[in-house]
Design a protein around this ligand. Structure first.
Ligand code: ADP
Ligand code: GLC
Length: 495
């Protein structure tokens, strides 16, 4: 049994802005299923404390005020969650990272440095929780300072840092470095400095015993210039410590046979419920209830990463075709505005909902025929896996985890019965359009379509295999930690 402190900035169902929350809510469960003792540490955002049953509160002093660590459990699971609270820090409404103006909260560096410092205290068993982990598993930049700060602690646990998205690095102006009182020796390009800025993510990339990312393909991609976001050199240097472990999905929460969010359950033996969900989806959006029209869907953050601009470019063409398009998302206002314009012009073809709506995301997966993920980059992506489980054929760009999880409807794959989606290559509207046309042609051939749907529905996207891979990674991280003491790079940083 390994004791794992899982440090993260979001966990489903407590708080979610994207896939990190899904992973943080399901991987710990899968690890527990393998008999590991996993405990989560995360910020006590907004209304969380009021909404949750607290088991116990531990108080530690910090500067002029107290930090509280409230212990609760993950809803529906016997996994302890430590919520870090400090007056004025996380107790604010709305998005964990962005203020009401859509800009990062101005004190994000202080907020997440605080989370990291408390995680270090917990990891060193110095706050009276009577538990010391063997591994601290950090996720994304918000937890990046943990491996750096832990490195200074004699007898510290081993660390794993998982990159969910290298494009978000936690970069702050140089003066922040002094403001959050980091040890001076970290101010070098071998440590936390990144072209004159303070980089939180480098704390993980430089100092963690092992680095992982969320698909094997992305692990390779980020070592090159196109996807490395300027960190490719460092990642290549640490290539022997870097691996890709594909995300799993929560097969209870995302199972069309017993999904409380969808009106008509179905499975791969009987897809009649899917047709009824399609009608329910069309009704929901006020679209014509026409079983013959293909429903294309997109659920996700409306940002350039997701290739929403490619879809927007195609709207004039798509709106004239015999199909319906439904989009659920939130993100950049400029994309929302154009989408609104087109939906107003073609209300019988294009339907939108802006904002975050978990139940609707499930209904869309259950009712749509085709799911669009034309991402420019995609570390893993979860919706293409949810889609396959719901018999909704994904159209994806061949990047990151999308390439690892969708098998294209090529003639060979169709013959072998392996095809589960449509894969295209260039981040160009014409390439996406070609892929959509291929999807529609197959949709018009019901026996081929059904075969693809069933192949996708029967795919194993569970955590079983991936949780075993994390288990192995933890063993390797512990060996590295014991064997090497401070890493070569850390020593270089202290020179
Ligand atoms: P990312 O983490 O980059 O946003 P993922 O595909 O890994 O992408 O995960 C996105 C998760 O967030 C999925 O569970 C998806 O269903 C969900 N999601 C994204 N946008 C919305 C939304 N507007 N409403 C409901 N769920 C959403
Ligand atoms: C990130 C990535 C997404 C991935 C998710 C969970 O937000 O953008 O591709 O699935 O993290 O790992």
């Amino acid at each position: 049994m390994t004791k794992v402190l899982f440090a993260t900035s979001e966990v489903y169902p407590l708080i979610k802005t994207g896939g990190l929350a899904d992973v943080s809510g399901s991987l710990p469960l899968a690890l527990k299923g393998l008999d590991h003792d996993v405990r989560i540490i995360m910020p006590a955002y907004g209304d969380l404390l009021a909404a949750l049953a607290k088991l116990q509160t531990t108080r530690i002093m910090h500067g002029s005020g107290a930090i509280e660590i409230h212990e609760t459990t993950l809803p529906g699971a016997d996994i302890p969650v430590w919520l870090v609270a400090h007056a004025g820090c996380f107790d604010r409404p709305g998005n964990p990272y962005l203020g009401p103006d859509g800009q990062p909260w101005p004190d994000n560096a202080d907020r997440f440095a605080l989370l990291c410092r408390v995680a270090v205290e917990v990891a060193m068993n110095r706050v009276g929780l009577r538990w010391k982990p063997d591994i601290v598993h950090c996720n994304d930049w918000q937890t990046g300072l943990i491996p750096a700060l832990l490195g200074d602690e004699p007898g510290h646990p081993a660390t794993v840092f998982t990159i969910h998205n290298l494009a978000y690095q936690g970069l702050f102006p140089p003066e922040t470095f002094g403001q959050i009182a980091l040890p001076k020796r970290f101010w070098t390009c071998h440590a936390l400095e990144f072209y004159g800025s303070l980089s939180f993510i480098k704390g993980g990339l430089v100092y963690a015993d092992r680095i992982s990312t969320v698909s094997p393909n992305y692990a390779v991609e980020i070592q090159g210039e196109e996807f490395g976001c300027g960190l490719e050199g460092l990642l290549r240097q640490r290539a022997d410590r870097l691996s890709g472990i594909l995300n799993g999905i929560d097969e209870d929460a995302w199972n069309p046979a017993h999904d409380p969010h969808i009106p008509h359950p179905f499975d791969s033996n009987d897809l009649s419920g899917k047709a009824k969900n399609k009608a329910a989806l069309q009704r929901h959006f006020g679209l014509e209830e026409n079983p013959g029209l293909a429903v294309l869907a997109l659920v996700g953050r409306l940002v350039q990463q997701k290739g929403i601009d490619l879809v927007i470019d195609l709207l004039p063409k798509l709106a004239e075709m015999p199909l319906q398009l439904v989009i659920l998302g939130s993100g950049e206002r400029r994309y929302e505005r154009v989408l609104e314009k087109w939906a107003a012009l073609y209300p019988d073809r294009i339907a939108l909902k802006f904002g975050y709506d978990e139940a609707l995301a499930h209904l869309i997966e259950a009712g749509a025929d085709v799911f669009l993920m034309p991402s420019r980059f995609e570390p893993c992506g979860l919706n293409q896996m949810y889609s396959q489980h719901y018999g909704t054929v994904p159209v994806v760009r061949s990047v990151g985890g999308l390439a690892d999880t969708v098998d294209d409807a090529s003639p060979t794959n169709m013959t072998l019965g392996k095809a589960t989606g449509i894969v295209f290559h260039e981040a160009e509207p014409a390439a996406l359009f070609g892929a959509i046309q291929r999807a529609l042609n197959l949709y018009a051939t019901p026996d081929m379509w059904l075969r693809m749907q069933k192949t996708g529905m029967e795919r194993d996207f569970s955590w079983r295999q991936s949780a075993r891979q994390y288990e192995t990674l933890y063993t390797l991280a512990r060996q590295d930690c014991l064997a090497q003491g401070p890493s070569v790079l850390a020593l270089a940083g202290s020179a």
